[in-house]
Write a protein that binds this ligand. Structure first.
Ligand code: AVI
Length: 325
């Protein structure tokens, strides 16, 4: 019996690809020039992100893994047999901790990974199938929005959408609210939502996590320019930019920029776009919001997501929240 199905929602019949790059044009023609953060993740970008997760300064990945390891079985016991749907599955490394918890309780393993990178999704699915002989995977290639509208029928009594790694932090508050609404709309009452969040803390811990001593995070940022050059016939020269990142404590977010070291003109031919940059002008490439747990719990319940339980690491740096619809 077939254990792996992958549905590519980026098929032109399903999505409108004619507007590809329109979000980039919108971002680069604003007063504060901005590049939507999903452009960080071409194949090379996804690879560099995996390296970031291993950096000594980048605490979120191992901290969240510590919480999952300690509390995975409590999560599985609460939900019972449940289809696991992951937003932004990437390499699915931490997902294994959840599989182990469900497997140990004798629950069937059915996994729906959602990712924009087809290559990454397929490669990690194959590794998972090798390591979990009873696992069945139905992968969806596409954006969260597309995929949540195309969830396959579940053979299990319940479903749980999970969004780990504090990826929610890469979205502005309005977009977060939309994501919550899309999740509740695509599930049934009684289903679950598991959310991993990086919490507010001292900038002495936060800033090095986004400006590591080996320069891997800087490379992640510069790679964005190579990606745009390739994808949209651009002529960004990475030598003319500096990686710049800081914690904005008023907004509770890390802000990351590419700062132009000189006055320059850049073209993206495929988009028919010319970008003029002043010396010192900075293009914002990412925000990473850091959350206050009580505030987020309130927001979740306002969106119809009842908070059942929260777990934190020993330093209270990171939180996992389990909600029910
Ligand atoms: C994926 N996301 C939650 C990461 C973050 O921490 O915002 C992406 C990242 N950017 C730089 N380092 C890691």
């Amino acid at each position: 019996q077939q254990r792996l199905t992958i549905q590519d929602l980026s098929d032109p019949q399903v999505t409108v690809s004619a507007n590809e790059g329109s979000d980039l044009i919108a971002g680069l023609t604003q007063r504060q020039k901005t590049i939507p953060c999903h452009y960080l993740y071409d194949d090379r970008g996804s690879e560099i992100f995996e390296q970031i997760c291993e950096l000594p300064e980048y605490y979120p990945t191992r901290t969240e893994a510590e919480i999952l390891e300690a509390n995975g079985s409590a999560i599985a016991q609460t939900t019972g047999p449940c289809e696991l749907i992951e937003l932004g599955s990437g390499s699915s490394t931490k997902t294994r901790l959840l599989f182990d918890s469900y497997d140990n309780l004798g629950y069937p393993l059915r996994y729906v990974p959602i990712d924009v990178s087809a290559g990454m999704l397929e490669a990690s699915a194959k590794e998972l199938l090798r390591d979990y002989p009873t696992l069945k995977i139905y992968g969806l290639v596409g954006t969260y929005e597309q995929a949540l509208q195309h969830l396959p029928p579940s053979p299990l009594p319940k479903q749980m959408v999970f969004f780990l790694g504090s990826s929610l932090g890469n979205f502005a508050p309005k977009q977060c609210q939309e994501i919550f609404r899309q999740i509740t709309a695509s599930l049934n009452p009684g289903d679950y939502f598991l959310l991993g969040l990086d919490l507010q803390k001292s900038k002495d811990i936060l800033e090095p996590a986004y400006n590591d001593s080996q320069g891997i995070t800087a490379e992640f940022n510069y790679n964005l320019l190579d990606h745009l050059n390739r994808r949209f016939q651009g002529n960004f020269n990475r030598q003319n930019f500096q990686h710049w990142t800081f914690y904005n404590s008023e907004l509770g977010q890390i802000e990351t920029y590419l700062r132009s070291t000189q006055a320059q003109t850049v073209e993206l031919k495929a988009l028919d776009l010319t970008v003029e940059l002043d010396a010192g002008e900075a293009i914002r490439t990412e925000i990473s919001r850091k959350f206050d747990l009580p505030t987020m719990k309130k927001e979740l319940s306002q969106e119809g997501l009842e908070v059942l339980n929260t777990w934190q690491d020993s330093q209270n740096w990171f939180a996992l929240i389990l909600c029910q619809i």
